[in-house]
Design a protein around this ligand. Structure first.
Ligand code: ADP
Ligand code: MG
Length: 481
């Protein structure tokens, strides 16, 4: 049954830009310092100081714009967004309003129906982050930490094109992957370097006008985005079906209770008294600048996925997972070109045993204890029948433990597969001689007993007999079941 309600979602994603210093001052942006040790006079909002724009932030915004097929404005303007809050000592946030640096971009996601779907990116603008209020450990007072004040952010605003929590997550993941590919944000969500506000409304299916939306602030995990949106959809549907009305407001998601709560009624743009910041010149960039930035763009995830499918014959879905992290894609590719075993086999191992080992030890791919070359060495030995798939798991563990190359491990541990037919036959003869009852049962029709015999031969050979040969020789010697 199709729902009588259509869900409409637009995301405002804040990506902290990975500059060394702040957007308008020379203070460090490093995370985790003692409170207020990385806030200079500009970040503290002292009178008489002047902001100086960090060109690196501009370059990063430009990179992003080009990656989502957007227009990079040749002229954009910083504006003051005025509001009072204790963690904002100047009384205004420097942002961009009427003339943002990036406009009219787009991104493809996999829509609810499984087809590719275009999501419009309205704009992306540069702004500074505020400080942090700390409510614990100060009794009835609050502490203020201004280390984060002035940290560069890129706010990426989508069109209201998303139709479910799943699509929203898909879109957000893609943006997350892109900023990390570009190296313009570390994307660390626990540290708040990548977070989003979700705007959610519903309307009767088929209706073209937008419903009244609420905005859920500051979601810093994919799971919370999904849960908060789904809660909010249910809340709005119930409210309207009970004869009520959605109020335009800002809400907070409480992950402990899995619900959203009203925080304040939604402010309008004119509450902020935006005006161009007289302390900063407009950002003016020319075509040469934009082309120079374009030349530095890496291969992006979608293009890489297409190439992995076309050049390596990978399954679409596997290629999609591999390109999700640039370092994983690079690892795969390094191993794939180094082995003759076939790229899909490499993908299976990277997504299977290698991922499992990394997870188990809490490592990411850069911390892998097996290099791409060593994994390739292992796969080559499976491919040329030196070892069986089962023994390969044992070699993999030894590789992980740093015991040498696959060849060294196979030699040292004597794991080479037995493919000498005479040697296998000798073992088969012994097993047959030692189990007359089972032989009689097998020959009178209990053909499932073949598994028993295979097991005995494998046991006797320490798992090293070639399984295909064992089967064939057993069937030949036992006669028909
Ligand atoms: P504001 O300036 O108040 O934040 P914007 O018009 O810039 O509002 O929109 C912010 C975000 O809200 C955008 O991502 C936009 O797509 C989304 N949005 C706007 N209207 C709706 C709506 N009715 N339902 C869902 N999302 C919406
Ligand atoms: Mg907003």
């Amino acid at each position: 049954m199709s729902s009588p309600w259509e869900v409409v979602i637009g995301l405002e994603i804040h990506a902290q830009l990975a500059t060394v210093s702040k957007i308008f001052s020379g203070a460090s942006t490093a995370y985790g310092a003692e409170p207020n040790t990385q806030a200079c006079l500009i970040d503290l909002g002292y009178p008489g100081v002047l902001p100086v724009l960090n060109e690196e932030a501009v370059r990063m915004a430009c990179k992003f714009g080009l990656s989502v097929n957007a227009t990079v404005a040749r002229r954009s303007v910083f504006a003051r967004k005025n509001y009072f809050y204790p963690d904002l000592p100047k009384g205004y946030q420097i942002s961009q309003y009427e003339l943002p640096i990036v406009e009219n971009g787009e991104l493809m996601i996999t829509g609810g129906d499984g087809n590719q779907k275009r999501i419009g990116i309205t704009r992306a603008h540069l702004e500074e982050d505020a400080g942090k209020s700390i409510h614990e450990g100060f009794g009835r007072s609050s502490g203020i930490d201004l280390n984060r004040a002035g940290t560069p952010l890129l706010e990426i605003v989508s069109e209201p094109d998303l139709r479910s929590a799943k699509e929203a997550i898909d879109y957000m993941r893609k943006i997350h992957t892109i900023v990390r590919y570009l190296g313009i944000s570390d994307g660390n969500m626990q540290e708040g370097s990548f977070r989003c506000d979700a705007n959610v409304s519903i309307r009767p299916s088929g209706e073209s006008e937008l419903g009244t939306r609420t905005e859920i602030k500051n979601l810093n995990s994919f799971r919370f985005v999904e849960k908060a949106i789904n809660f909010e959809i249910e809340r709005q549907i119930e409210l309207i079906e009970d004869g009520g009305k959605v109020v335009q407001e800002t809400r907070l998601y409480d992950s402990d209770r899995d619900e959203t709560r009203s925080m304040r009624s939604k402010e309008e743009a004119n509450d902020y008294r935006y005006f161009p910041d007289p302390d900063l010149l407009p950002i003016e960039i020319d075509d040469d600048y934009v082309e120079a930035v374009r030349a530095t763009l890496p291969e992006l995830p979608d293009a890489k996925q297409r190439r992995f499918v076309a050049d390596y014959g990978l399954r679409q879905e596997d290629a999609g997972i591999l390109v999700g992290t640039r370092a994983v894609a690079d690892y795969f590719e390094a191993a794939a070109v180094a082995t003759g075993a076939g790229a899909q086999i490499v993908a299976n191992w990277v997504l299977g045993d290698l991922s499992a080992a990394l997870n188990r030890d809490g490592l990411d791919i850069d911390g892998s204890r097996i290099s791409p070359a060593r994994l390739a060495g292992l796969l080559d030995r499976i491919d040329d029948n030196t070892i069986s798939g089962k023994i390969a798991k044992e070699v993999f563990e030894a590789l992980w433990a740093g015991e040498g190359t696959a060849d060294e491990i196979i030699d040292k541990k004597g794991l080479r597969q037995i493919t000498d037919a005479a040697a296998i036959e000798a073992v088969v003869d012994e097993i047959i001689a030692a189990n007359p009852t089972q032989v009689a049962d097998y020959q009178s029709g209990k053909d499932k007993l073949i598994g028993f015999f295979v097991g005995q031969v494998m046991k006797a050979t320490g798992g090293k007999a070639n399984p295909g040969q064992v089967n064939a020789i057993l069937k030949d010697k036992l006669g028909s079941a």
